[in-house]
Design a protein around this ligand. Structure first.
Ligand code: NCD
Length: 319
């Protein structure tokens, strides 16, 4: 209640969204509350609102993406912005142009917001220091994926009412997951207890320094948790073999129908996508009644509208 009242008087001041580690619980709550206001725009027959009219948003994606890129594009469109799509393959980056040169050239065309996904951790922060436009991180290396975690938190809050006191397991390839890191910051700041679950070979070094507990047994954790977020094994980032075989991984860490029998009846099953069906989640579970995977995608739109709206507002106040 106190947080709600405070959140009303709160003034958003950031013109970049680079990660959740640096955000307070109040700021995170403010984004979620703002997203709530945007949710109903998608249910209208005319799915548009004017706040970004005349603004240009560039989607600067150096790594593949389906959900995040389209979700940002649609969010920008719904707020009436003009959107430029940039992908590595269809640009001069394939001819050797650097991130900074690419962004400076885009800026010369008068863009206002850059949504950037890059394989190098820290790329969005670097950009935010080098150009005047607002920068929104759409995933950088293994570091952060703030809007994914915001939509995860939004989805949980919408269904469970609060994150306070919930136990949340994040399962699988923690080492390579920027989603796990951003989720950890968002969820713990909002009062949840986070457990990282996976084989030791997929746990980040110095995990004990993070605000989470660690378990190497999904069977021990599954019955205790309110939410389970299954991560994709990021095969494209794996150096060696972190587990003997895909079958063995599934046996110990896959969310199967059998394993779900031990879970709380109202457990929420989440996945950031794209799913390796049958590896980290069995199809019957991914499509089952506890799954909120498509709800996450739907909520992503409102959350991204809120983020674009807020950074633009903060930039306008600074001008
Ligand atoms: C995630 C990503 O790219 O980090 N995907 C997404 O944005 N929905 C997770 C993943 O690729 O496994």
């Amino acid at each position: 209640m106190a947080l709600k009242r405070k959140s009303k008087q709160f003034k958003w001041r950031r013109k970049h969204l680079l990660g959740l580690r640096e955000l307070s619980a109040e700021e995170i709550t403010y984004i979620l509350d703002t997203a709530k206001g945007f949710e109903q725009i998608s249910t209208r027959s005319v799915k548009k609102a004017p706040p970004l009219r005349g603004r240009v948003v560039v989607n600067l994606f150096f790594e593949d993406s389906t959900r995040t890129r389209n979700s940002f594009a649609l969010a920008a469109n719904r707020l009436s912005a003009d959107v430029i799509e940039f992908t590595k393959k269809a640009s001069s980056v394939s001819k050797g142009e650097t991130l900074l040169d690419t962004a400076k050239n885009m800026e010369a065309m008068g863009i206002d917001i850059v949504v950037v996904r890059h394989g190098a951790g820290g790329a969005p922060r670097f950009l935010s220091r080098s150009i005047n436009a607002c920068v929104v991180n759409a995933g950088d290396g293994f570091c952060e994926h703030p809007t994914q975690a915001l939509l995860d938190a939004y989805t949980i809050r919408k269904i469970k009412g609060t994150l306070e006191g919930l136990k949340i397991a994040i399962v699988g390839d923690i080492t390579h997951s920027r989603v796990a890191r951003s989720d950890m910051w968002a969820m713990t700041k909002l009062g949840a207890e986070v457990i990282f679950v996976g084989p030791p070979t997929l746990m980040p070094s110095q995990v004990e320094r993070l605000p989470v507990s660690v378990s190497y047994s999904l069977d021990e954790v599954i019955e205790k948790v309110d939410v389970i977020n299954m991560l994709r094994i990021q095969f494209e980032r794996l150096g060696g073999n972190p587990f003997p075989s895909v079958r063995e991984y599934s046996h110990y860490f896959g969310l199967t129908v059998e394993r779900m029998k031990k879970a709380k009846p109202d457990i929420l099953v989440m996945h950031p996508g794209p799913i390796n069906r049958g590896l980290e989640v069995e199809s019957e579970v991914a499509d089952g009644s506890n799954s909120v995977i498509l709800e996450q995608v739907k909520n992503g739109l409102a959350v991204r509208m809120a983020v674009l709206f807020l950074v633009n507002q903060a930039a306008a106040q600074k001008d």
